[in-house]
Design a binder for this molecule. Structure first.
Ligand code: HEM
Length: 426
């Protein structure tokens, strides 16, 4: 498969620009895009990509074997200035190592390779096992909430949404709490790169540095874990490696790094976007205060209404035609999950937040072979945290007029969410 498009499709660009207003609120732009047509070419997305906005097309793209998940080569090579920025043998070797690791993560594998790696991880995410984590997630949540003075106010992102998922994935991988700040910083560099619609050479450089550091960190953990395996995910991957199901070194380390990243960059934003949405919809908040058993359905609606992952990509493996447009082998396709979740053909009043909504299924965890392996874990975390916050502070309110978004198009979340409660009950 060729790495990127050689033919520049000549469809007219769709109207909205992906500027600061888009990063603040992408939903009006998605509506415009959806109205402009089902398959749209944009030069300003990854140096050229097809955008899909309809629910049925996004779902098809995620399930269709004519679209490949192997897309990291063009992602890196097509960044403007990358040749100059990575000139010289050492810089090039670093870039090659980054690309090899990045491209070995399960989410970028196809077919038998993907199935092999996914199978090796499955037990660590089995619903029965995830259920056993509830007590630990509750303990970690209480530990964070106990230290807060809601009367004085606090930033929910810094105090809860950031540390909680990172502690949970740290626990699952068996990495010490003392290293939390380091891996959160590495992971944030990866998020800025992975979540950019037009990644820069600078973002690539930071992501490369952090991924290589992360991998070195895991590499140093392996000998002890080999000698004394536990029930953590790294030990499970080592057992799979011993059984020949995971290739040693690069492939194993790439999964560790990706899990660390995926385990908290996304759930953080489910917690942050979720609390923000609830606090800006007082009726929903009051209903949940009165009956927290509505939480699972509410979390499902929170995911649909403001998804932490706004899009994912695929590379065309075989030419095919969609709604009269030919997608050529090598073209990049961006499946806009955030737009699909607001498709009026799939959801009644899609821009209305309705915690009683039952019809229609969101695509926030993807669909098909790559559907999120950590979905159950993040649903558990959201359920535990949001229930605990409601229980402790039913009078919680926003403490700032306008929220500050993180500015990352693909991984939508708040940079800060100041909140306060008039009265704190235990
Ligand atoms: C609200 C939280 C989360 C959201 C919105 C989310 C979203 C997604 C989406 C959309 C995909 C599919 C990507 C694609 O098809 O290209 C995916 C895959 C994946 N997610 Fe999540 N995720 C979340 C939490 C987690 C957690 C907690 C973990 C791990 C601890 C995790 C690990 C993964 C992995 C490993 C994959 C790749 C699966 C595969 O390729 O088979 N995610 N996630």
């Amino acid at each position: 498969m060729r790495d990127f498009a050689t033919t520049a499709p000549d469809a007219a660009p769709a109207a909205p620009s992906f500027d600061a207003a888009f990063l603040h609120d992408p939903y009006p732009a998605y509506s415009q895009l959806r109205a402009a047509g089902p398959v749209l070419w944009r030069d300003d997305v990854f140096q050229g990509a097809w955008l899909l906005t309809r629910h049925e097309d996004v779902e098809l793209a995620l399930r269709d074997p004519r679209l490949s998940s192997q897309r990291t080569g063009g992602w890196v090579k097509r960044i403007p200035g990358v040749d100059a920025s990575f000139a010289g043998r050492r810089a090039q070797a670093g870039l090659d190592a980054f690309q090899r690791l990045f491209g070995s993560a399960m989410v970028f594998l196809d077919g038998a390779d993907h199935q092999r790696v996914r199978k090796a991880m499955a037990a660590g995410f089995h619903p029965t096992f995830v259920k056993t984590l509830r007590v630990e997630v509750e303990r970690l949540t209480d530990e964070l909430l106990d230290g807060l003075d809601a009367g004085a106010g606090f930033d929910f992102i810094a105090a809860v949404a950031r540390p909680l998922p990172s502690r949970v994935i740290g626990l699952m991988l068996g990495i010490p709490r003392a290293d939390e700040a380091r891996f959160m910083a590495w992971s944030d560099d990866l998020a800025a790169f992975i979540g950019a619609l037009q990644p820069t050479a600078e973002q690539l450089r930071a992501a490369q540095r952090s991924l290589l550091q992360m991998v070195r960190y895991f590499d140093a953990l392996l000998p002890a874990r080999r000698r004394e395996p536990g029930t953590d995910l790294v030990s499970r991957l080592l057992l799979a490696e011993a059984a020949g199901d995971i290739k040693a070194d690069g492939e194993l380390l790439a999964q560790c790094a990706m899990l660390l990243f995926a385990g908290h960059e996304t759930t953080r934003n489910l917690l942050g976007n979720g609390l923000y949405t609830l606090l800006t919809h007082p009726d929903a908040w009051a209903r949940l205060c009165a009956d927290a058993e509505g939480m699972p359905l509410a979390v499902r609606e929170l995911l649909r209404y403001d998804s932490p992952v706004q899009y994912t990509g695929r590379r065309v493996a075989t030419d095919f035609t969609l709604h009269g447009t030919t997608l050529a082998r090598g073209d990049l396709v961006i499946a806009l999950i955030g737009a699909a979740n607001r498709d009026p053909d799939r959801f009644t009043d899609p821009d209305t937040f309705d915690i009683g909504r039952r019809a229609g299924s969101h695509l926030s965890f993807g669909s098909g072979p790559h559907v999120c392996i950590g979905a159950g874990l993040s649903l558990l975390e959201a359920d535990v945290v949001l229930r605990a916050v409601l229980r402790r502070w039913p009078g919680l309110m926003l403490a700032a007029a306008a929220p500050r978004w993180n500015g990352i198009a693909g991984l939508r979340g708040l940079a800060a969410l100041p909140v306060a409660a008039a009265v704190s009950v235990s």
